[in-house]
Design a protein around this ligand. Structure first.
Ligand code: HSE
Length: 297
């Protein structure tokens, strides 16, 4: 009587859209098993080796489900067994996968009681446990799929965007960056000149996606606000970016709060060539890494 579900990795920010753009990957994904229980409340079991807290209020899936339970029929209870394949702290939405997977699974078990927007709202409580901030740029694509724009979080306004076929190459240098720390180091003010450049790029990227204009997508994948600050924490960042562009990538940057770096390509063959270029950089630097090549889904 367990429901099995797969919750995908996601790439937040999409370079210029800090906290407002994100997309889902086909892989990697976490596997979760969920069932309704007779006793009300939430039970979390981690079947992986990540030693994450299982006390519901301190667990991202648990916190999301506790928020959902406040709005669910009285007496509802869930057991969640989680097998994470998305490494915590890798920058590809590991916490969002747990939170989004839990609320989507719960909603299936409740026969579709809640709307997708309500599920995003609940899952954001899980994200808050992980990073101290209720951003939805991993949660929304994990729940809706594809590329999403979060035009506003309060009130919630999610805009799913259509996009042409895109292939992502994601490299995870094996260091861990906590999202909370990566948010702490950001400046709270943006010079008007940078803001103008940034929102021009967001507009260009959204238009490029909707019009399937790969050149416009490539030109718009530029971040003059966050990347200059955060990229300092990521070994090999500049080299990965320049080698990937040489290999034919459209563009890319930090995935979420890092340390993963992602590049987008028009074809699978280019995405594989980008993977080879990334490999060369980290082998030279002597940094351990993992690479995923995946379609946007
Ligand atoms: N938008 C968030 C950030 C995503 O960059 O801090 C974190 O995964």
């Amino acid at each position: 009587d367990f429901l099995t579900l797969y919750s995908p990795a996601t790439v937040a920010n999409m370079v210029c859209g800090f906290d407002v753009l994100g997309f889902a990957l086909e892989a990697p994904y976490d596997t979760m098993h969920m069932r309704l229980t007779d006793e009300p409340g939430v039970q979390i079991v981690h079947e992986d080796d990540f030693h994450l807290p299982t006390e519901p209020a301190r667990n991202v899936a648990g916190a999301a489900l506790l928020a959902l339970l406040k709005a669910a029929p009285a007496g509802t209870g869930f057991e969640v067994r989680i097998n994470k394949a998305i490494l915590p702290g890798s920058g590809i939405g590991s916490s969002a996968a747990s939170a989004a997977g839990a609320v989507v699974g719960a909603n299936k078990l409740l026969g579709g009681f809640f709307s997708p927007e309500e599920l995003v709202r609940f899952a954001m409580f899980g994200e808050e446990v992980a990073s101290g901030a209720q951003h939805a740029d991993n949660i929304a694509p994990a729940i809706y799929g594809g590329v999403t724009l979060i035009r506003s979080t309060d009130p919630l306004d999610i805009v799913p965007l259509s996009a042409p076929p895109l292939h992502a190459t994601v490299v995870h240098p094996q260091i861990e960056i906590r999202t909370a720390d990566a948010r702490q180091i950001l400046k709270q003010e943006v010079p008007l000149k940078s803001a103008i450049r940034q929102w021009a790029n967001v507009g260009g990227l959204v238009a490029g996606l909707l019009q399937a204009d790969y050149q416009l997508i490539g030109r718009s994948l530029e971040d003059v606000v966050v990347e200059p600050v955060r990229s300092i924490l990521i070994p090999g960042f500049a080299a990965v970016k320049s080698c990937s562009l040489e290999a034919g990538a459209l563009g890319g940057g930090i995935s979420g709060s890092g340390p993963s770096i992602f590049m987008l390509s028009e074809t699978e063959a280019t995405a594989q060539a980008v993977a080879t270029a990334m490999r060369t950089v980290y082998e030279k630097l002597g940094v351990d890494f993992r690479i995923h090549v995946s379609t946007i889904n």
